[in-house]
Design a protein around this ligand. Structure first.
Ligand SMILES: C[S@@+](CC[C@H](N)C(=O)[O-])C[C@H]1O[C@@H](n2cnc3c(N)ncnc32)[C@H](O)[C@@H]1O
Length: 261
């Protein structure tokens, strides 16, 4: 039996990311994202950017629903390799947000827990500031994140999923470390066990360090970064207005000026 230990969005995790997220309805989420972009009257010629695109599923689906040029960025080269291998018209790239043209985009989005991968408040502020600089004045940024209040009320427990993909069986055990949850720190260890078509077993573990910011932190950082908040709702696809019991939330902001920093 092969056993590996890896951190975050490394090669092994990236290879299985799409299988491990099969419980998410990317088609429905993208359709709701498309409606959101439509509601903002963003012309089909305006460039869009996915920040933290992972394996690119949302952006590739969105590129089939809209004509807009779509760029997609991630800090994990293995995740991007998976996205590029899907062969779409989306322009995928890695590196740093600083390498991306300023004032180029009308709409930016970071879906699922991208912003929760940022573990320090100062880093979060800088991240929003860099996103602001990539947007045109009047452009929008939409992002999703874990609802800290709901998670504190009902802390995560060990969750096991058994997924059949082709002729492989994948077991994913998510083990949360909630010892520092009151400080917004959630470490998740994913234990992945794969049984291939010949019955051979391989395993790896992947550690994900997440930070759950509270709404006031987001509001402060966004204001300083030159954004005005349009809404705070449930995540895609529902964008529910009643957020109290939603474990994932979303915020839509508009660039109303340059960062104050
Ligand atoms: C849970 S995945 C979400 C991927 C994709 N958005 C989705 O919904 O499937 C989080 C992604 O955020 C990326 N990420 C984390 N911090 C980032 C940052 N500062 N800039 C860009 N990407 C980041 C990770 O590499 C990872 O691919």
């Amino acid at each position: 039996m092969k056993k590996e230990m890896c951190e975050d969005y490394s090669e092994a995790f990236a290879r299985y990311y799409d299988i491990l997220t099969q419980h998410k309805d990317y088609a429905l989420e993208t359709s709701a994202l498309n409606e959101l972009v439509d509601s903002l009257k963003i012309d089909q010629s305006c460039p869009l950017i996915d920040i933290g695109c992972g394996t690119g599923t949302h952006s590739i689906k969105l590129s089939r629903l809209r004509k807009n040029p779509i760029s997609a960025f991630d800090i994990s080269p293995p995740m991007l390799r998976e996205a590029i291998a899907k062969r779409s018209r989306v322009i995928f790239f890695s590196g740093s947000l600083l390498d991306i043209d300023t004032s180029a985009f009308s709409f930016a989005y970071s879906l699922y827990n991208v912003v929760n991968c940022i573990t320090e408040l100062a880093e979060l502020s800088n991240f929003f500031l860099q996103v602001n600089r990539r947007l045109k004045l009047g452009g929008y940024y939409f992002f999703e994140f874990w609802n800290r209040a709901a998670v504190l009320e009902e802390p995560p427990v060990i969750v096991t999923r058994v997924i059949h993909s082709g002729r492989e069986k994948v077991i994913r055990i998510a083990e949360p470390d909630i010892s520092c949850l009151s400080d917004g720190i959630l470490n998740l260890v994913y234990k992945i066990e794969i049984t291939d078509v010949n019955g051979d077993l391989s395993q790896f573990e992947s550690l994900h360090r997440l930070r759950l910011f509270d709404l006031a932190d987001f509001q402060r950082c966004l204001r300083v970064a030159g954004f005005e908040i349009n809404f705070c709702r449930g995540a895609l696809p529902s964008l529910s207005e009643n957020i109290r019991n939603e474990r994932m939330l979303s915020i839509l902001v508009k660039k109303t000026g340059e960062p104050l920093l």
